[in-house]
Design a protein around this ligand. Sequence first.
Ligand SMILES: CC(C)(COP(=O)(O)OP(=O)(O)OC[C@H]1O[C@@H](n2cnc3c(N)ncnc32)[C@H](O)[C@@H]1OP(=O)(O)O)[C@@H](O)C(=O)NCCC(=O)NCCS
Length: 176
Amino acid sequence: MIELTPLSGKYFGVLFEWERDEKLQGLVGRGKKLSFTAFSELWYELIARCKNCYYIILDDKLPIGFCNIYNIDRKNKNAEIGYYIGDDRYRFKGKGRIFLKKLLQIAFYEHNLHKIYAKTFGTNAGNIKFLKSFGFKEEGYLREDKFEDGQYEDVVIFGLLEKEFRRFIGMGDELI
Ligand SMILES: CC(C)(COP(=O)(O)OP(=O)(O)OC[C@H]1O[C@@H](n2cnc3c(N)ncnc32)[C@H](O)[C@@H]1OP(=O)(O)O)[C@@H](O)C(=O)NCCC(=O)NCCS
């Protein structure tokens, strides 16, 4: 069973491992390389600022990935999401569809947002297909927007409105 559990200190070890996985970072983008102590301090601070923003994806209680809601704009009621299945043995098995639906439910109905964005590298064809399969629409193409591995990468912005999500759920995809 796929569940989202709020990120807490007990998951920092596995999160730290995923954030250092070169192949995964090539798909999601690289952050600053921090020591485990600095990494933990940063995450404790982020969690304290927003309790229902950072989640570990559990598959039968086993941590398999991470997802979050960030850059929340309360006035315009929008935010960005990020996610990955850290352990590649669990990808392409339908788990993404389940956790993303749960994350979007939190974003739209707990944070009471109107629109959700997701950014992805233009080269990440799998993720683009994944987002489109949820009804996300391409809203912008940012040329050479990120400097990764010594070269600039294009970034694509996808957006999903709450009414589109509702329609998506109503289209035979049962509410979880
Ligand atoms: C993107 C990701 C979260 C999708 O989760 P997943 O469990 O692998 O995806 P699912 O098996 O639930 O697939 C759902 C749909 O997404 C699409 N999809 C997902 N990954 C795909 C891939 N690599 N290639 C083509 N289509 C893909 C398919 O349309 C699929 O539906 P279908 O099986 O009916 O064709 C996961 O593959 C992942 O973490 N990848 C690496 C990290 C990454 O790219 N994260 C996003 C960075 S912003």
